[in-house]
Design a binder for this molecule. Structure first.
Ligand code: AMP
Ligand code: MG
Length: 398
């Protein structure tokens, strides 16, 4: 059986990066930059004042010096003249420094009246002056491809005059649920039926991974029905199905994928929850058959689908961050497969602590609700209370 690392490597080696498109800046939040950004302007474009006060020549500012106020410059204007020896100019935050001046004295530090100012002390050259290009030099490479655009990058792009930016396309991911027992949202489950969970948790996980989800609905456990839906996934960049990948007579997803033309690369990974998971290629499209239990489907998505969608979408970092936390209770993993146990994190006096979110069965969806992370526990191991756990972070730290 493959290890999680072997399976992920086999998957990622077959994942293409998607093409690019241009998007408007206000809608670029969370998108992934596809090309480097080289500054086409200097920021700031000219020296300017960081205070309301007086633009002066620093050499004229001996203690007690009096200077003649020869003009005024506001933000948005240009100075009508320069500042000569013995002179000062009234200036406001963001206004260009007049020629000749090399410092600003804040208005709190002068006595003013009668067209003159008296200084209380000397000013250093460059005091309260924002120099030309001190933030960004023209020609500097300021953003790298693969950067996820946050508010700060968007501000920088706007300042550099980019109304649009080239970003990677978001992967369109078709989601298919399979099973005779499934009643979809909007219908009341009849005797023997259970509600369809996976379509909706997986669609949400696709969105979290920066993709667009397409709902292919529920296919019954019949080869032709599943094959039909798999073919419908040709309009998407990837397909994620759940259930029907185990060894029962009604586990038909692998065969249906093959009949629809997919080449299957792997099946079964040494982990819990999970184990039966299949991955293949339908032409250029990656396809996954995840296990049916809701927790298994979510956890295998985290480990094997999310990194692939991030790669398709142009991201550089493909894995979630891992942290270490102290076990606040005994964490057992009996059995021969590596465990991915749902934990809630707590800030404690001795640093971060982790507690299981409750019963860990792969059908116990509540164990996923409010899980901050997945504790990675080796096979046949009991982590004693107080020992360190390795945790894959699923959410922001508490
Ligand atoms: P299977 O792999 O088809 O044997 O499914 C494993 C378990 O997951 C069974 O108990 C199924 O009823 C359940 N299951 C399969 N698909 C879904 C789904 N979409 N939503 C909720 N439970 C599911
Ligand atoms: Mg089934």
């Amino acid at each position: 059986m493959l290890t999680v690392e072997q399976a992920l490597e086999a998957i990622l080696s077959r994942i293409p990066r998607l093409g690019t498109e241009r998007v408007d800046i206000p809608g670029a939040l969370g998108r992934v930059l596809a090309e480097p950004i080289v500054a086409r302007r200097e920021i700031p474009p000219w020296p300017n004042s960081s205070m309301d006060g007086y633009a002066v020549r620093a050499e004229d500012t001996r203690r007690g010096a009096a200077l003649a106020v020869v003009g005024r410059v506001e933000a948005g204007a240009v100075p009508a003249r320069g500042v000569g020896p013995g002179e000062a100019m009234r200036i406001f935050t963001g206004a260009p420094l007049p020629p000749g001046a090399d410092a600003v004295v804040p208005q709190e530090d002068v006595e003013s009246g009668d067209g003159r100012i008296a200084l209380r002390g000397p000013a250093e050259p460059s005091a309260y002056v924002r120099q030309r290009g001190e933030d960004v030099q023209a020609g500097a490479r300021v953003l790298e491809p693969g950067t996820v655009l946050t508010a700060a990058e968007i501000g920088l792009l706007a300042t550099l005059g980019h109304g649009q930016v080239p970003v990677h396309r978001r992967p369109r991911v078709a989601i298919l649920s399979t099973g005779n027992e499934l009643a979809d949202l909007g219908t009341e489950p009849e005797p023997g039926q259970i509600p369809n969970t996976n379509t909706y948790s997986l669609m949400a996980q696709v969105l979290e991974a920066g993709g667009d989800a397409v709902n292919l609905g529920v296919a019954r456990d019949r080869l032709d029905a599943i094959e039909d839906r798999v073919r419908a996934a040709r309009g998407a960049d990837a397909l994620v199905s759940s259930a029907g990948v185990s060894v029962g007579e009604l586990d038909l997803v692998r065969e249906a994928l093959a009949r629809a033309g997919a080449e299957l690369h792997l099946w079964q990974v040494a982990m819990r929850p999970g184990k039966p998971i299949t991955f293949g290629s339908l032409g250029p499209r990656p396809v996954w058959g995840l296990p049916g239990n809701p927790v298994s489907a979510m956890v295998t998505f985290e480990l094997f689908v999310r990194p692939a969608l991030l790669k398709m979408g142009g991201r550089r970092r493909l894995t979630r961050p891992s942290i270490r936390a102290r076990a606040m209770e005994t964490v057992p993993n009996p059995g021969s497969r590596r465990g991915y146990l749902r934990v809630r994190l707590e800030a404690t006096a001795q640093g971060l602590g982790a507690r299981l979110t409750g019963e860990q069965g792969s059908a116990i969806l509540r164990s996923m609700v409010s899980a901050d992370g997945l504790a990675v526990v080796p096979p046949d191991t009991v982590i004693p209370m107080g020992a360190e756990l390795e945790i894959i972070l699923l959410r922001d730290l508490p």
